[in-house]
Write a protein that binds this ligand. Sequence first.
Ligand code: BGC
Length: 506
Amino acid sequence: MQSLSLLSVSVVIVLAVSYSDAFTRNDFPKDFLFGAATSAYQWEGAVDEDGRTPSVWDTFSHSDNKKGDGDIACDGYHKYQEDVKLMAEMGLEAFRFSISWTRLIPNGRGPVNPKGLKFYKNLIKELRSHGIEPHVTLYHYDLPQALEDEYGGWINRKIIEDFTSFADVCFREFGEDVKLWTTINEANIFAIGAYSEGFLPPGHCSTNTFVNCSTGNSSTEPYIAGHNLLLAHASASKLYRLKYKSKQRGSIGFSIYAYGLSPYTNSTDDEIAFQRAKDFLFGWMLKPLVYGEYPDVMKKTLGSRLPVFSEEETEQVKGSSDFFGIIHYMTVYVTNSKPSPSLPPSNREFFTDMGVDTIFIGNSSFFGWDAIPWGFEGVLEYLKQSYNNPPLYILENGLPMEHDSALQDTPRVEYIQAYIGAMLNAIKNGSDTRGYFVWSMIDLYELLAEYKNSFGLYYVNFSDPGLKRSPKLSASWYSGFLKGTVDVASQDITQSQSNFSGSSSL
Ligand code: BGC
């Protein structure tokens, strides 16, 4: 990897200029896992090859108002060996990827596709043979279109059984070699984006705040979908624990998108809004998983729009997650938004229910945002204090830049090192964080920006039919950090510490 080692020279210079307190990989526990992530639709391509059928994401990306799709993406389906080699050269200890449900079970339920099975077995074998730990996400936005068409996907309880059967196939077929399972990718943002605001697949909404949707009910569907996501997770987790765990010895977790939050002013209104934001954004999913019930403020605000767990379901959901997967990118101020008394419940959506406005801290765009590492540290501290210090894996963290910007992605290097430094502080303060994955291992089809921006450690030339990969400065930096060939400095993140961590909502 001559190109990687050449780039390392400039990494040392960047770091020496910018920072003072050094930390190294060895400051983290030995069994801590540092890796990078992708997801099936964003990385694999080969969407209609070898028996795969469309998911709702294929349909969504091909719908009228979208440009770009994951039909080819980085062609990970064919290039997985090359990519695993790059991961190994970088020194990655773990790789997070997701399984395309319709590649494995093309009709959503029923027969397993032998070619899909073979692909994931080969990928996992390839990772293991390079000493890279697989971390598998079962659901990353790509519901089989067949199930959406048949009964409406996540807003129908039938999904629980089908998701559990899909998980069963994955545990049975891959569980010998996979010890870390995340059932659902960022379930809270998925329920909001897909069923309240319509900007994520399958694109349901009724208030048309962000996009115009042809179907949906923003006042009820996000909560129904959220409820079914929790039940589907709990059901898969129960199955794993009963049938596989004692033999396979893995763990199973649920993941959420976690904004860093800070009250905009010290007014009582903003302080209360801050509590509400924590309850709606974190507590919605985490309270049932840890304490067996939805937050009181959600019950009160939503009334009959919030589904109710039966006693049996409460027992099944509570304690069903061995760890939480945390997806963190940015920190926002929250301020009270005045409730609009004239807004009938049927015209509400998640954000009007939450009654909070968010304001980005610093600059933010599709092409990057300011690093606010104290916001991340605050999230980890808050989870420790309010949710019994659960084991955590940071499943995604990273910085987007314009895709065609230079390979010298210095802002990304600075961002990642600042966030790793913040995580180290949290761990020293007792957070049980066990792993960290950069989003993304490689440039890929982006969720909201197609190919215009990218988060990759590796650049992909999407105009080249061979989709040539080239290491960015960030790949070199991460490699140096993991191999211990560079000392990394942490930013002074205590200076602008928010009170996010201090005021627990419980
Ligand atoms: C999603 C990814 C996405 C990334 C960057 C995450 O919340 O899980 O699929 O590409 O954000 O937008």
